[in-house]
Design a protein around this ligand. Structure first.
Ligand code: AMP
Length: 429
């Protein structure tokens, strides 16, 4: 098989790493990839949001299978463009990707199908209507910009004044661009979050191992939200009875609802959950793997990913093929100074070669680039140090030990990956 992977972050490096292990794979190409992916496979410069350019690229290289990492090409319709040409691709259609591309679409879908989620207070496309509605509400509440906003579209407003301020920023000052023209106001849920991702071919589905990510930039869940500072997966994260509830009250009704509405969903479906005292509720859907969750997930895969993804594209997924390594995995993200705000780049990364001797640890590149003989930082999230082991403590120990050897100016990371929310653990430090 010749496989094209679209995207250029830690998630795509993890996918490439796993796909490369398959005996069925002859060649992998990645568009656009990054400095680390380029060490492993051929990378091609293409804007991953540009469907026309991606179609042209695939027309030239004729992959047997294309795997889409990020949401943007999916929301822009890459899967539809490939389907028209009968090209094999893993990823939902533009319509199905609305589950992520529009928070209002997704909320209305959940409500229509009676799937547990935070109560919707209202959806507004004019600032004056939103301000008027706000006056009758009680805090705290959650405001979500409807469209894709690069992780900046959700605010947990502790009081009505900060809610009003956010509405003004997104609806009047257009600070988040077109994604902020419409907003959704909803109830604040309390509990622990959990990411439950499934792989489906539209008929059958297979759950992946459950994960939890750490969104805040600092230890103890302090500071602003990021794309994710780390993630972990363990068998204990989701007890069997809770897993059953998630499947019967959320996953299956979602897949049934999509099918009933004639929306063919194929690919990864990420269900972001809040485990509330009244049971699991949906916070969000994503139409792809999460990042860094994907890194923790691939570390536990004990099956041929290329074969399974080819099965998904051909609509013959066999869920029994997805076998998992018992135990746990962890991914610790090393980030640039300033991230998630304005961050520094072009810093020299040292120590990766010496850290490579740590067996059981993978260094997935997210924001790196090669310049002559140097490896430089090129993004906010730079590397995902990922390990799997028989227990979470062992996986964390491996990752934290290995990352001690890596250095770049301004490097920072969370020291409490894998710890329960609000609990700071001095892992490996
Ligand atoms: P979303 O993109 O919708 O998942 O929102 C991003 C993050 O905001 C989630 O991972 C949660 O941490 C938080 N969040 C979203 N909706 C709610 C809610 N209704 N109650 C509490 N937290 C929420």
């Amino acid at each position: 098989m010749k496989i094209l992977v679209i995207g250029g972050g830690g998630r795509e490096h993890a996918l490439v790493w796993k796909l490369k292990q398959s005996r069925r794979v002859q060649k992998i190409l990645c568009a656009p990839g990054n400095g680390g992916i380029a060490d492993d496979v051929e990378c091609l410069r293409v804007d991953p949001g540009d469907v026309r350019a991606l179609v042209e690229l695939a027309g030239n290289i004729a992959p047997d299978l294309t795997v889409v990492g990020p949401e943007l090409p999916l929301v822009n319709g890459i899967s539809d463009a490939f389907a028209e040409r009968n090209w094999a691709i893993v990823g939902p259609s533009r319509q199905a990707a609305q589950l992520e591309g529009s928070k209002i679409f997704s909320k209305e879908f959940l409500l229509r199908h009676g799937i547990p989620t935070a109560k919707m207070y209202g959806a507004y496309d004019s600032a004056s209507d939103a301000y008027a509605a706000l006056r009758g509400m009680v805090d705290p509440l959650v405001i979500k910009a409807d469209g894709l906003c690069a992780g900046k579209g959700v605010v947990l407003a502790p009081d009505l004044e900060s809610a009003r301020q956010f509405l003004e920023n997104v609806m009047e000052k257009n600070e988040l661009g077109p994604g902020g023209r419409r907003v959704l106001l909803e109830e604040t849920l309390e509990g622990e979050e959990l990411s439950f991702i499934i792989l489906t071919d539209g008929q059958r589905y297979a759950p992946l191992v459950p994960t939890r990510d750490h969104k805040r930039v600092f230890d103890g869940n302090q500071g602003p939200n990021t794309g994710g500072m780390g993630a972990y997966s363990s068998d204990e994260l989701l007890p069997a009875d809770l897993r059953e509830t998630v499947i019967s009250t959320i996953v299956e009704p979602t897949l049934r609802g999509l099918a009933d509405e004639g929306i063919a969903y194929q690919g990864f479906l990420y269900v972001g959950l809040m485990l509330t005292k009244d049971g699991p509720k949906v916070l969000e859907f994503n139409c792809r793997l999460g990042d860094p969750e994907a890194q923790a997930i691939v570390a536990r895969m004990d099956f041929d990913l290329a074969e399974v993804l080819a099965d998904v594209a051909a609509k013959r997924l066999d869920p029994t093929k997805l076998a998992w390594r018992r135990g746990a995995s962890a991914c610790v993200v090393l980030a640039s100074r300033g991230y998630p705000g304005k961050f520094e780049i072009a810093k020299n990364i040292d120590g990766l070669t010496s850290s490579a001797k740590h067996t059981g640890v993978e260094f997935f590149h997210a924001g790196t680039k090669r310049e002559r003989d140097c490896l430089l930082t090129s993004g906010g999230r730079v590397l995902g140090v990922t390990a799997a082991a028989d227990s979470l403590a062992a996986a964390l120990g491996l990752a934290y030990r290995a990352l001690q050897e890596i250095h770049f100016d301004g490097m920072h990371y969370r020291k409490d990956i894998g710890a329960p929310a609000g609990h700071v653990q001095a892992a490996g430090d």
